[in-house]
Design a protein around this ligand. Structure first.
Ligand SMILES: Cc1ncc(COP(=O)(O)O)c(C=O)c1O
Length: 396
């Protein structure tokens, strides 16, 4: 059976393939330490789990739910945005709960793109932006984020690329580079969207991780005219498998996206929504505790990267450390494969996030400290045996 043309050029998601390879290696007895994926290994708050259990045990919570989400969850999102981001959102019209923010990326593309419409996507950036644009018939136009330009868009260069551009994806704290939004960046982005009359989609799942001041692009004056913001409980509340995200923006935009989304799914399980509302009420101490753990792990990641001779900035936010590989490696794929096959440790090659990421690798913070220590010890042994081997060869 031929697959539809829209799948041409769309491969299986990199991690889905790589996890299969890691499973095969594990089945062959290698105990691979996977430091690739940003899936929090810690549990959600016990109160959140209690609400899920209590609500799931009621006979009245199992029916189909509203396409717009429960008013309780929308109210909790509105309070959360006011409390943390100083943004006012009407819970009735300006918030749409999602099954994780990833689906929102696809819904937005399907709602707004016609064949051939161009969409600016960050390079390096989350690969789903590119595939969702392609699946919706649009044309992704990568814009480079370089260390030299502080991982911010080069606006003057972009001004010349704007023909037929309808949408632009942005994401700060940026994944994979860990770059925080500098003062004034969001204002510049909104002004850019206004100047070119495009829809700016800000993807904001990392604002609470290793960052003291969560920011929303919707806090910029007039942002709702040009910005849709995606947010998520996956990383901030250790709920990646629950699939809880949200889309926030002007009522008209939300209604437009509902026209598409309501044809795709039939609402979210009510106990999940009520438990998510509970999670959104957690205070600063929740985030402080999580961040203290991530900070401890990050120290270990620095040790691992130092061992490999990688270079990194120490003021990154989010669930990863992004690091430049040493010059003797052709690219991050070569380094990643060497460490996978010789030390049994998986690190993500930066090239999967776009060409501009080729000379980098990304290390996830989603593993306990002992796993990092084990990874460091394995990589240490790998390096020691390759030094021994090269000494032997020189002597011979
Ligand atoms: C930048 C970025 N956006 C969106 C997502 C998707 O998150 P969710 O679990 O809310 O679908 C991820 C997940 O890794 C991500 O890194």
């Amino acid at each position: 059976m031929d697959t539809a043309k829209r799948l041409d050029g769309i491969g299986e998601y990199y991690f889905s393939q790589k996890l299969r390879e890691i499973e095969t290696l594990n089945n062959a007895g290698k105990k691979i330490i996977n430091l690739g994926i940003g899936s929090p290994d810690l549990a959600p708050h016990p109160e959140v789990i209690r609400v899920l259990q209590d609500e799931a045990s009621k006979p009245t919570t199992h029916a189909y739910q509203s396409y717009k989400g429960s008013p309780v969850l929308r109210g909790a999102v509105s309070d959360w945005y006011r409390r943390w981001y100083s943004v006012s959102l009407d819970p009735a019209t300006e918030i749409l709960p999602l099954l994780g923010s990833k689906e929102g990326i696809m819904h937005i593309c399907m709602t707004y793109l016609n064949p051939g419409d161009r969409v600016l996507v960050p390079d390096p950036g989350y690969p789903t932006y590119t595939s969702a644009v392609k699946l919706a018939g649009g044309k992704p136009v990568p814009y480079k984020l370089t260390e030299k330009n502080n991982y911010e868009p080069a606006f003057t260069k972009l001004d010349k690329k704007m023909k037929k551009v309808k949408l632009m994806f942005v994401n700060y704290p940026q994944m994979p580079t860990g770059k925080l939004p500098s003062d004034g960046l969001f204002v510049k982005l909104v002004a850019f969207a206004k100047k070119h009359n495009i829809l700016l989609v800000h993807d904001n799942p990392y604002s609470f991780i290793l960052n003291e001041q969560p920011k929303s692009m919707l806090s910029v004056d007039g942002a709702k005219d040009h910005v849709l913001e995606l947010n998520s409980l996956s990383k901030s509340h250790n709920m990646a498998g629950w699939r809880i995200g949200m889309l926030c923006g002007a009522a008209n935009r939300i209604n437009e996206v509902i026209r598409f989304k309501s044809n795709m799914d039939s609402g979210m399980f009510l106990p999940l929504q009520l438990a998510a509302a509970k999670a959104l009420q957690l205070g600063r101490e929740w985030h402080d505790e999580l961040n203290a753990i991530y900070r401890g792990r990050r120290e270990k990641v620095y040790e691992l990267l130092d061992l490999l001779g990688c270079r990194y900035s120490a003021d990154q936010a989010g669930l990863f450390v992004w690091a430049a590989i040493p010059p003797e490696y052709k690219d991050g794929y070569v380094l990643s494969d060497e460490v996978l096959y010789k030390a049994g440790v998986f690190l993500t090659p930066g090239g999967i996030f776009g060409d501009a990421g080729k000379k980098y690798i990304r290390v996830s913070l989603c593993a306990p400290v002992q796993r990092f220590e084990e990874a460091i010890s394995r990589i240490g042994s790998m390096l020691a045996s390759s030094t021994a081997l090269s000494l032997q060869t020189t002597t011979l």
